[in-house]
Ligand binder design. Structure first.
Ligand code: ADP
Ligand code: MG
Length: 690
């Protein structure tokens, strides 16, 4: 189905010269698996080198090109240990050591014969009073070669890769890139003065070029907007079932509180959609503690009243269990049958739940993605609720709705307050309901910023807090999938050990690398009050509800984004007691870091914090490596998203509504091409599936 013209770009990366089995691994670490990925591995920055006559004219730390004459090669004393050194001197007799580690010494031997002069490009450093260049970027016989590289792209690397290597792959990939049909709206292209796709890529690898970068970012936004529009359109054409409740179950509900106006309004919007024959696609946005669960429950009861079943999908086992418990509590008076199904259910237990879903004796099932596996069949699935849906990509969201004979209604929920621009960018296929009013009686959380060196006082305060009968969270950062992941884990474990020394069995540790059983057991002990202090990494970020926990300590708070801090803080302030959040900061705090923490002190409005977060991060910070980007863009930076998203949305709309969408050979074909190129082909799939 992929347009043929793209085939050369989707061939495996080892079709490039120089990519052997050894390099595949480090390349995969950078998500470089196909030729296409190499094209989009855009430089992080560019270095500009200065050609100097001799080293007197250069300063330490500078990127230079200089002529050096080789005097002597020195192998390490113990072979295999220590660097390989080449002693050289410049025209003035200044000595400069060229230092090589590992296998790079082979190249050095070849490139730098004793007594000869070469042009060497690299960063001038000082080591033990000696000038040195570690792993010169280039060594050339004629100056022209080296000079020609004076502005050079710097790529993100992984162990085992070098700049010249990546550079050579990029060069080969560019040579294979075909001219593609233009998908950009002609008026937009003209107004912005953007180069063609192929040219934009070449330019973006060559030097700083805003127009080229913007075009490539726009492509991604456009493909995304287009795919979302197509999903929306095909959803409208799908066969769903109109579900209308008769109040027989909801009438029996005995909620311990009146609903807020925002909850009433959202429920009305949702049940209104569910009564339609075309399937609902709605996002319920509500800050932590806004009361999304009860809204979901009402919707699920409507489905059951209408003779259908409902499924609630949670991102983790832990959250699934909590949901089960709160739904059972809230709905006890109605007599609906609610079951749990997760990946850990095996054998008999699993069989009996599968039976219940098939024969309809289970009305509502709560679980992890296990509830959508092939072998799980429903009698009549009418509503799918997805909690914390930002954890699931659009294509996953779509898969979930393929379960019923007719397409079920979908209610996605998120506690991440998403700025308006990004809602459209990421959830453009959905209608939105906002819970913009918290249940009454919530107290403001007293938030304070303290330096980490007050640790002793803080631990003492935690002690007093616990003695008074309340509980506390102690959060340590853990950035997953990075170099520092192990260090982070070690830090969390060390903190746990220290607190345990002081507080004994009152302390429990929970982190993402624990076996699920241990994690659940730890959480359960804390939730039941058996443990008083929960030391945790960000696994507690979403959903956890322990009203008696009224103190939260967050270490190295500056390492978290505003939205994340807000989510974490939302774990406290859930009961009647006054709550406190202590943000411990390290000593080296950037301006942005400082501003972030200040904002946390002054605001408790998730939507406001999200907008500010976007603004603070906006300046040039790249959005996302594929593994982390909440916002789901790999090419466009946050700043580009905010600047270009409206145009991309409008152009996509124009194409779909006035120009025949993906049909035909002109822009239709171009549009299909960009969907596949930027891997938004789920937009195409839904069209076919529908
Ligand atoms: P979230 O939106 O974060 O999922 P929950 O649904 O877990 O929020 O609700 C948070 C807490 O607020 C729960 O203890 C819930 O029982 C309570 N709650 C929900 N709605 C109301 C309301 N209208 N009035 C008072 N308390 C409410
Ligand atoms: Mg929730």
């Amino acid at each position: 189905m992929r347009p043929e013209i793209l085939n050369p770009l989707f061939t495996e990366i080892d079709s490039l010269e120089g990519v052997g089995p050894k390099l595949k691994k480090p390349l995969a670490k950078l998500w470089l698996e196909r030729v296409r990925d190499v094209l989009y591995h855009l430089p992080e920055r560019f270095v500009t080198r200065r050609a100097v006559q001799d080293l007197d004219d250069a300063h330490v730390g500078e990127q230079v090109v200089v002529a050096l004459t080789t005097m002597e090669h020195r192998s390490p004393r113990n072979p295999g240990r220590g660097p390989y050194r080449v002693l050289t001197q410049d025209a003035q007799g200044n000595v400069c050591t060229l230092t090589y580690f590992g296998r790079a010494s082979y190249t050095a031997k070849k490139q730098l014969p004793v007594g000869e002069t070469r042009w060497v490009a690299g960063r001038l450093d000082q080591y033990d009073q000696m000038l040195q260049i570690v792993h010169p970027d280039h060594v050339a016989e004629k100056s022209a070669d080296a000079m020609g590289k004076m502005v050079e792209p710097i790529y993100r690397l992984a162990e085992g890769l070098t700049q010249p290597r990546i550079g050579s792959f990029v060069e080969q990939a560019l040579a294979r890139a075909p001219e593609l049909p233009e998908w950009i709206e002609p008026t937009t292209l003209k107004r912005e003065g953007w180069p063609s796709w192929r040219e934009a890529l070449a330019l973006a690898h060559q030097g700083e070029n805003e127009k080229a970068r913007d075009r490539l970012a726009y492509d991604e936004l456009f493909a995304n907007a287009l795919a979302l529009l197509l999903v929306r359109q095909s959803n409208r054409a799908r066969k769903g079932q109109s579900l209308q409740g008769d109040d027989s179950l909801r009438g029996k509900l005995q909620l311990p509180f009146p609903l807020t106006g925002a909850q009433e309004r959202s429920i009305a919007e949702i049940t209104g959609d569910m009564a339609q024959a075309s399937p609902m696609l709605r996002l319920l946005q509500g800050d932590v503690g806004a009361g999304k669960t009860v809204v979901a429950l009402e919707a699920m009861l409507v489905a059951v009243e209408a003779g259908a079943q409902a499924a609630l999908l949670a991102p983790t086992e832990l959250l699934a269990r909590q949901h089960l418990e709160s739904l059972r509590n809230l709905s006890a008076s109605t007599g609906v049958e609610i079951a749990l199904l997760t990946g850990r259910y095996k054998g008999r237990a699993r069989e009996s739940i599968l039976m219940g879903l098939l024969d309809g004796s289970i009305d509502i099932v709560v679980g992890t993605h296990a509830i959508f596996q092939q072998t799980v069949n429903y009698k009549n699935l009418g509503l799918v609720v997805i909690d914390e849906q930002h954890r699931f990509g659009v294509s996953q969201r779509l898969l979930l709705t393929q379960k019923g004979k007719v397409t079920p209604h979908t209610l996605a929920m998120t506690a991440t307050p998403i700025p308006r621009t990004l809602v459209l960018a990421n959830h453009g296929e959905m209608e939105v309901s906002r819970l913009d009013e918290l249940p009454p009686g919530r107290q403001a959380i007293d938030t304070r910023v303290l330096p980490l060196d007050r640790l002793e006082d803080i631990a003492a305060a935690v002690g007093r807090h616990v003695t008074s009968g309340q509980q506390a969270y102690w959060v340590c950062p853990m950035v997953r999938g990075t170099e520092s992941e192990n260090e982070d884990l070690a830090a969390a474990e060390a903190r746990y050990a220290a607190l345990k020394e002081r507080f004994g069995d009152d302390v429990v540790l929970v982190h993402g690398q624990l076996a699920p059983e241990l994690k659940d057991a730890g959480m359960a002990r804390f939730a039941s009050g058996g443990a008083k202090i929960l030391v945790a990494t960000t696994v507690i970020e979403v959903g956890v509800d322990v009203p008696n926990a009224t103190l939260m300590v967050i270490e190295q708070a500056e390492r978290f984004g505003l939205a994340q801090l807000h989510q974490l803080r939302g774990r406290v302030g859930r009961g009647a007691e006054k709550s406190t959040c202590l943000l411990l900061r390290g000593n080296e705090l950037s301006e942005t870091g400082k501003k972030r923490l200040e904002l946390m002190k002054s605001s408790q409005d998730g939507f406001e914090l999200a907008e500010e977060d976007l603004r603070l991060r906006g300046g040039g910070e790249l959005l996302g490596t594929r593994q982390s980007g909440d916002e789901g863009f790999n090419i466009a930076s946050l700043e580009q998203v905010t600047r270009l998203i409206d145009t991309a949305n409008n152009d996509a709309k124009l194409l779909v509504e006035n120009e025949g969408g993906l049909e035909g050979s002109g822009r239709g074909e171009a549009a299909r091409t960009v969907l596949y190129l930027l891997e938004r082909d789920w937009g195409v799939q839904t069209l076919r599936g529908g």
